[in-house]
Design a binder for this molecule. Structure first.
Ligand code: PEP
Length: 261
């Protein structure tokens, strides 16, 4: 049984004060939910707000903190970077890596993403490894190859246990921030392909355990159908995670659908 995850990526939004306001609102709107049935909920603020958000949330009681990026070295002459031990010190448990915006605007490669995933896991945190095709790649019929190759490269050298404990997010680039959601059955098909690829490069057991999320314009109105798919274990939510009411509705929607696994 894979425990579902709903993770909010706040991207480059919210001052510390605004982040505190948002997380307090999320906390209030989710506090009456049955903690035993609730998915793992993760919020990923900007680095500067992580500590303040963590101080408001009680870890282990439903809502965890994630960072949106990290560097793979622990310390040293790497001006402007933030390492995994420093993120851990802020009480974060998850780190997003390989988000398409980082691939697109910051030149992040699968080699970088693999180094980051290894660093995250070596410090006992959980990577949320993102993959997904662009519109151009989809229209050229290259979706499966692109996604498979990203996963093979991103997971290279990870132990079976590390793979099983990781989270993967399938995020078609054309669906991110566009309001265009990928058809749920199609998202499930690609996620199954990702799971089969994990089985090939790691093991069937780790493939059955790794949680694979869908991301791309997830909204309260789409989550139930997405969560009712056999292989979708949750969602990575951008825009809708910035509105406490929408994020709470997405969590509630995920709880209405019991995972078939
Ligand atoms: C994201 O940033 O990972 C994302 C999926 O964004 P949105 O939900 O806004 O499409």
């Amino acid at each position: 049984m894979r425990k579902p995850i709903i993770a909010g990526n706040w991207k480059l939004n919210k001052t510390v004060e605004e982040a505190i306001e948002l997380v307090e609102d999320i906390k209030v709107k989710t506090m009456d939910l049955d903690k035993n049935r609730m998915p793992t909920v993760v919020v990923c603020p900007v680095f500067t707000a992580i500590k303040s958000v963590a101080d408001i949330l009680e870890r282990g009681k439903g809502i965890y903190i994630g960072a949106q990026n990290c560097y793979w070295e622990d310390s040293g002459a790497f001006t402007g970077e933030v390492s995994v031990p420093i993120i851990k010190d802020l009480c974060a448990s998850y780190v997003i890596t390989g988000h398409s915006e980082r691939r697109q605007y910051f030149g992040e490669t699968d080699e970088n993403i693999n180094k980051k995933a290894k660093a995250i896991l070596s410090h006992g945190l959980i990577p949320i490894i993102c993959c997904g095709e662009t519109l151009e790649q989809r229209e050229a019929g290259r979706t499966d190859d692109i996604v498979k190759n990203q996963i093979i490269a991103d997971l290279q050298g990870l132990t079976e246990e590390q793979v099983a404990g990781s989270v993967i997010a399938y995020e078609p680039v054309w669906a991110i921030g566009t309001g265009k959601t990928c058809d749920s059955a199609e998202a499930n098909r690609v996620i199954k392909l990702i799971r089969d690829t994990v089985a090939q490069v790691s093991s069937r057991d780790s493939a059955d355990k790794v949680r694979i999320l869908y991301g791309g314009s997830v909204k309260p109105s789409t989550i139930e159908e997405q969560m009712s798919q056999s292989d979708i274990d949750g969602a990575l939510v951008g825009g809708a995670s910035l509105k406490a009411e929408d994020f709470a509705q997405i969590i509630k929607g995920a709880m209405l659908v019991s995972s078939p696994n």
